[in-house]
Design a protein. Sequence first.
Length: 69
Amino acid sequence: MYNTHNEVGGVDNRTISPKELGALLGKSAEWARSLVRNGRIKATKDFGCIMIPITEVDRILSEAERREG
């Protein structure tokens, strides 16, 4: 599921695609892409592919927990 790269200098480089993020959260890949386009989540492009750092996924999930709690 994750693209795992080795940690370099203590930085976690694991990423997830918009399709994977959508599937994880019960949404579409287009929903995830729109979050990136609108600046709601940070992402990088690697050879034309949008890659969302797993730290952004963690942030989204913790924000959702706070809103539910």
